[in-house]
Design a protein around this ligand. Structure first.
Ligand SMILES: [Zn+2]
Length: 80
């Protein structure tokens, strides 16, 4: 699908791709060169627990995501 880069360097990701790849407003992603050098890829960032890496039931505090189990471990470590 053809898109045009505006004067600020922005593009509009076509609606079909936003829907297919679950790209919503404020979704964070990396834009990286493809390994074969043929272009750029957009890679959606999936939030993960900063401690164990799980992607489920995360709570975020001051930019750090933790799952309930790891949040409890941190809380217990602080209480000692
Ligand atoms: Zn965790």
């Amino acid at each position: 699908m053809r898109v045009k880069i505006d004067s600020a360097g922005r593009i509009v990701i076509p609606k079909e791709y936003r829907f297919e790849y679950n790209l919503r407003a404020n979704t964070e992603a990396n834009v990286l060169p493809l390994a074969d050098g043929t272009g750029l890829g957009l890679f959606r960032l999936v939030p993960k627990c900063a401690n164990c890496g799980t992607e489920k039931e995360l709570s975020k505090y001051e930019g750090i995501s933790l799952c309930p189990s790891c949040a409890l471990k941190v809380l217990r470590a602080i209480e000692r």
